[in-house]
Ligand binder design. Structure first.
Ligand SMILES: [Zn+2]
Length: 264
């Protein structure tokens, strides 16, 4: 029984990730396009051509590496937005109240620059700001990543730091909030030297986008996490506990029972 309880208790301390909103919204499509939006007026301080060239690595070195997540982020270079409001607008939830001209609604994920001081007040140290700004029910339809164009902070980063910052912001765009885990890419303080995801990041993206496993695989409960966890938003305890219980029962074969039950 101790063996079983160990599995049940592990999920209580095993995760620190949070979700980006109280409803636990996520993209309903497992293939999400990430593109750079070129404004009619060029950014003052951000090189969007460079950003477009870095996005591939930001996706493939981080979020596309998680085998337990069905999410695949595709990059498609840059495109003209045809709208300077991406550059000058205020970032608001579409359909919500907005003090100024809003950043336009979009589909999938668009990355661009923004110089609105409501988004980046004063001499803001924020490198970027992200919001899934088009949400229908519990589905994210579109998200915007705005790189701070009020100063040159982003441009002063090294290449790898820029990649880590872009990956962190896309983490918000796909529905993740900040993590308390200091090793995580989604740690609440941006640490732009990350080169890979931490376990907590992988748990978070797997919670939002669980891969559908075969019935007899050890992770077969992963496919039901979405349903079981929806009520609490950030609640992943019971589906994870159930998976732990299943695993413990599978592993607790009669001939190994004495070894499994003995004090460690
Ligand atoms: Zn963040």
């Amino acid at each position: 029984m101790k063996f079983v309880f160990l599995f049940l208790l592990l999920p209580l301390t095993a995760r620190a990730y949070t979700l980006n909103n109280s409803i636990g919204a996520r993209f309903d499509n497992e293939n999400v396009n990430v593109r750079v939006g070129l404004n009619p007026t060029p950014c003052d301080n951000v090189d969007l051509d460079e950003v477009a060239s870095l996005l591939n690595e930001a996706m493939d070195d981080f979020w596309n590496t998680v085998s337990t997540s069905r999410l695949q982020l595709k990059t498609s270079g840059s495109e003209n937005t045809g709208d300077d409001n991406y550059w000058t607008g205020e970032l608001c939830l579409t359909g919500g109240s907005c003090g100024g001209t809003p950043v336009p609604a979009t589909s999938d994920i668009i990355v661009t620059c923004n110089k609105n001081t409501t988004n980046f007040p004063g001499a803001s140290s924020l490198l970027a700001l992200t919001l899934p700004n088009v949400i229908s029910g519990k589905d994210i339809k579109g998200a915007v990543v705005l790189i701070n164009d009020t100063n040159g902070s982003f441009g002063d980063l090294t290449r790898n730091q820029k990649i880590a910052v872009l990956a962190h912001e896309v983490g918000h765009a796909i529905g993740l909030g900040h993590s308390q885990e200091s090793s995580a890419l989604m740690y609440f303080k941006i640490v732009p030297t990350r080169t890979t995801l931490a376990r907590d990041d992988r748990l978070g993206v797997t919670y939002l986008y669980p891969v559908q496993m075969d019935l007899f695989g050890a992770g077969c409960f992963l496919g039901t996490i979405k349903t079981l966890g929806d009520g609490g938003g950030t609640n992943s305890f019971w589906p994870t506990a159930l998976a732990g219980l299943l695993l413990s029962l599978l592993l607790k074969r009669p001939k190994k029972e004495s070894a499994a039950s003995s004090p460690a």
